[in-house]
Write a protein that binds this ligand. Structure first.
Ligand code: ADP
Ligand code: ADP
Length: 228
C-alpha cells in the first residue's frame, strides 16, 4: 500500500529524510513518534505528495511519487490528511466543508453526498453542528469536522499530523476516541504522527521511532510496549 525504498529528502542543504525504507500494508495502523524537528511531519507529507522526494522510490497505492509526473489529484482521492491546525474553510458551514471535495472531485450525487456527510457528522458526535461555521466551534470540534471531511472521500489511506497537539487538554479525548474507532474498523490504512502513547498502545499495529530524519525503530506495537 505504502512503500519507501531508499528515500531521501532535502530542504536546501538540510537533509530532512535519510534513506527511508518502510512498508505499510493495507489496513495497518502505524504510529510515528520521535523528537520535535526529527522529520515526522516531512515523512507523512511525502505520502500524499505535499513534499517531493529527491531520490529513492515511494509507491503509494500503486503510484510512484518519485515520478514528477505523478497525478497528485488522483493520489489524494485515496490518501486523506488531517492536520494539526484543521485547515477548514472559514466561510463555509460544517456540512459544506464536508461535502465540498466529494462534490468537486468525485462528482458525488448531491443527495447521496448530503446523506454521507450527515452520517459522518453523527459518527464524530457533531450532528447538531451541520449548519455552524468553523469559528463557532471549539478546537476539538473543528478537528472532528476535519476528520469527517477526510472520511467523506472514503480514502484508502488516512494520514494524521499531530491532530491533537493544538488542542486544549480537555478536548483531546473526544478526538482520540473518533480516531480509535476509525482504527478499530480495520479497513483503512492509518499513519499517525502523535505524542499520544495511550492511543498507540490501544490501536497501533506498529510503532516507528524517528530521529534525525531516520527510522530508528520499527516494531510491532506489542513488542514496542514490552520494552523497558
Ligand atoms: P517534526 O514533524 O518531527 O517536528 P518536521 O518534518 O516538521 O519535523 O521538520 C524536520 C526538520 O525540517 C526541521 O528541522 C524543520 O525545521 C525542517 N523543515 C521542515 N519543513 C521545512 C521547510 N519547508 N523548509 C525548510 N526546512 C524545513
Ligand atoms: P508544525 O509543527 O505545525 O508542522 P512547523 O513550524 O514545524 O509547524 O511548520 C510550519 C510550516 O513551516 C510547515 O509548512 C513547514 O514545512 C514549514 N517550515 C518548518 N520549518 C521550516 C524551516 N526551517 N524553513 C522553512 N519552512 C519551515
Amino acid at each position: 500500500m505504502i512503500e519507501f525504498k531508499n528515500v531521501d529528502k532535502y530542504y536546501g542543504k538540510y537533509h530532512a529524510l535519510t534513506d527511508i525504507n518502510l512498508q505499510v500494508q493495507q489496513g495497518e495502523v502505524v504510529v510515528v513518534i520521535g523528537p520535535s524537528g526529527s522529520g515526522k511531519s516531512t515523512l507523512i507529507r511525502t505520502i500524499n505528495g505535499l513534499e517531493e522526494i529527491e531520490s529513492g522510490q515511494l509507491i503509494v497505492n500503486g503510484m510512484d511519487l518519485a515520478d514528477k509526473k505523478a497525478d497528485l489529484n488522483e493520489l489524494r482521492k485515496n490518501v486523506g490528511m488531517v492536520f494539526q491546525h484543521f485547515n477548514l474553510y472559514a466561510n463555509k458551514t460544517v456540512i459544506e466543508n464536508i461535502m465540498l471535495a466529494p462534490r468537486l472531485v468525485l462528482k458525488r450525487d448531491e443527495a447521496e453526498n448530503k446523506k454521507i456527510a450527515l452520517r459522518l457528522l453523527d459518527t464524530v458526535g457533531l450532528a447538531e453542528k451541520a449548519d455552524a461555521y468553523p469559528k463557532q466551534l471549539s478546537g476539538g470540534q473543528k478537528q472532528r469536522v476535519a476528520i469527517a471531511r477526510s472520511l467523506a472521500m472514503k480514502p484508502k489511506v488516512l494520514l494524521f499530523d499531530e491532530p491533537t497537539s493544538a488542542l486544549d487538554p480537555e478536548m483531546i479525548d473526544d478526538v482520540l476516541n473518533v480516531m480509535k474507532s476509525i482504527a478499530k474498523q480495520g479497513d483503512m490504512t492509518l499513519v499517525v504522527v502523535t505524542h499520544e502513547m495511550g492511543f498507540a498502545r490501544e490501536v497501533a499495529d506498529r510503532v516507528i521511532f524517528f530521529d534525525q530524519g531516520q527510522v530508528v525503530e520499527d516494531d510491532p506495537a506489542e513488542e514496542f510496549f514490552k520494552q523497558p
